[in-house]
Design a protein around this ligand. Structure first.
Ligand code: NAP
Length: 495
């Protein structure tokens, strides 16, 4: 057991520990897994515990033991720890951003932006702990004081994906602990190092032992026993809909509160009156940044037929000019995908699409270099019902669907199982208002890209993108607390 996350080295590679009960240590089996740089797969970044059910058991036990004390800690004392952690994290942004870019593959600029967002999340929830935390109500009885309290739930399980390896763990774990819960967190196997940094900042800030526990290992070996543990009263999951819905069945069957944030197939509608220069830049950013590996990435440009050719040509020119390369290189705009599996899956989808009559405007394959790269790709003439129009590819691939009216555009935008984020580009306020009313999406942008979510506003989707709950901001308080209604009457006066 150690106070530092690095437990030692093997062949010059750092060995990191789990964080359980306030100390860093290896998996009980002693087994290790590795994460690699997706831009240079020969580079091993670190060795991490390949944990199993016995490590989960230890972590849940630590979290359960820490819960009564943490729930009784004043909100202001909890806020002070979060503020301190935000300062520690802020002081390490360049180092953490670099590690994040190395393990996830997004550009250094984006990785630094994501780490900065984790700092903002810490600051937001520290501040929120100084806000009112309940309500008073009128009562039929004039002498009754009637009010609500918001109280923590208990031990929360947090399971996170690789594509935002510090922001998503932060926007789940920070509110959970802010409101008095204790946490067992399982990060994605591809990107454990970013969560090590977040956990270490909180540990150094004085978070009591057992309040946040980090257990690394595969989804099946760690995630399954975690979600099945009767002591875990709430589960917050972000990832694929297959895994999320399977976990929900297990957790909700035993009565746990469950929150799922799943996929997206996000549309950007461009009307004929839009500022096309602006629309091109925004649609490109929404589709291609982070190599399209955002749940809020734009994957369908639904464009008024009158401007579809011009918009497609301009998009193709800009997408074709993007610099693909190492995320740590300043000139790089598009990094690799997370894994070889992901890159070959996306390349297969591109090959299949080529045979379906759509036009390839740019890209369409893999660059000739090592690493899990896919060339930024634009298809035009896409049909809404096709795979390109329906399936979340999670790569740098955009399809243009031409439509004849705003009504058709909204109908096409809604004709998918997901409903996370959607954009409209227009100068027409009336059409913008109609779009806001009729689009089935949890996050709506007028004249800006589909990606992007500030930490103090609700985040989540309609339909298959979420489980009707929202994250961040005040929505996080609702998920991680339960309400207690108090009728407070004076004792009867003595005769
Ligand atoms: P994933 O394969 O579902 O994995 C997500 C997490 O679940 C990982 O930690 C994974 O562990 C774990 N897991 C896998 N199998 C499990 C099991 N049987 N039991 C318990 N946990 C298990 O998803 P991903 O590929 O990491 O992420 C991409 C998906 O996330 C996309 O669909 C994307 O749209 C979605 N996403 C949604 C949002 C949102 O807010 N709506 C945000 C970001 C991403 P391992 O890493 O060990 O497999």
């Amino acid at each position: 057991m150690s106070e530092q996350p690095v437990l030692g080295q093997q062949d010059g590679i750092n060995i990191f520990g789990n964080f359980i009960g306030g100390a860093w240590g290896g998996a009980s089996s002693g087994k290790l897994g590795e994460n690699r740089n997706p831009a240079q797969p020969d580079e091993v970044i670190g060795l991490f515990p390949a944990s199993d059910a016995s490590d989960v058991e230890a972590a849940v036990t630590a979290a359960a033991a820490a819960f009564p004390g943490w729930a009784d800690t004043s909100a202001i004392a909890r806020a002070n720890i979060l503020y301190k952690a935000s300062e520690i994290l802020a002081s390490r942004i360049p180092e953490i951003g670099r590690d994040l870019a190395r393990e996830e593959g997004k550009t250094l600029k984006e990785a630094i932006g994501e780490t900065t967002r984790a700092v903002a999340i810490l600051r937001y929830f520290a501040g929120d702990l100084q806000q009112p935390a309940g309500e008073t109500y009128s009562s039929v009885s004039p002498t009754t004081l009637l009010f609500t309290l918001r109280e923590p739930l208990g031990v929360c399980a947090i399971i996170t994906p690789w594509n935002f390896p510090i922001a998503i763990p932060a926007w789940k774990a920070i509110p959970a602990i802010a409101y008095g819960n204790t946490v067992v967190m399982k990060p994605a196997t591809y990107t454990p190092l970013s969560t090590v940094h977040l956990t270490q900042a909180l540990a150094e800030a004085g978070l009591p032992a057992g309040v946040l526990n980090l257990v690394m290992g595969s989804g099946g070996a760690v995630g399954d026993p975690l979600v099945a543990d009767e002591r875990v009263v709430a589960v917050s999951f972000t990832g694929s809909d297959e895994v999320g819905n399977a976990l929900k069945d297990v957790a909700s069957k035993r009565g746990a509160k469950v929150q799922l944030e799943l996929g997206g197939k996000n549309p950007a509608i461009v009307l004929a009156d839009a500022d096309l220069d602006h629309a091109v830049t925004q649609v490109l950013n929404g589709a291609m940044m982070s190599s399209g590996q955002k749940c809020t990435a734009t994957s369908r440009a639904i464009v008024d037929r009158r401007v579809a050719t011009e918009l497609s040509e301009r998009l193709a020119a800009k997408i074709g000019a993007l610099t693909v390369g190492d995320p740590l290189d300043d000139t790089t705009q598009i990094g690799p995908l997370i894994s070889e599996d992901a890159a070959s899956r996306v390349a297969d989808e591109i090959s299949q699409a080529k045979g379906t009559g759509v036009a390839l405007a740019t890209g369409g394959g893999r660059p000739d270099r090592p690493g899990h790269f896919v060339t930024p790709t634009l298809f035009t003439g896409v049909e809404s019902a096709s795979r390109l129009g329906q399936v979340e590819l999670f790569g740098p691939v955009l399809g243009v669907i031409a439509v004849d009216s705003v009504e058709e555009a909204i109908e096409v935008a809604n004709a998918v199982k997901f409903g996370l984020s959607a954009s409209l580009f227009t100068r027409d306020v009336g059409r913008a208002l109609e779009f806001i009313r009729r689009i089935q999406a949890g996050i709506v942008h007028i004249n800006s890209e589909t990606a992007g979510a500030e930490p103090h506003v609700p985040f989540g989707g309609y339909k298959g993108s979420s489980s009707y709950s929202r994250e961040q901001g005040k929505a996080a308080r609702e998920f991680y607390t339960q309400l207690k209604t108090v009728y407070f009457d004076p004792p009867p006066t003595q005769a």
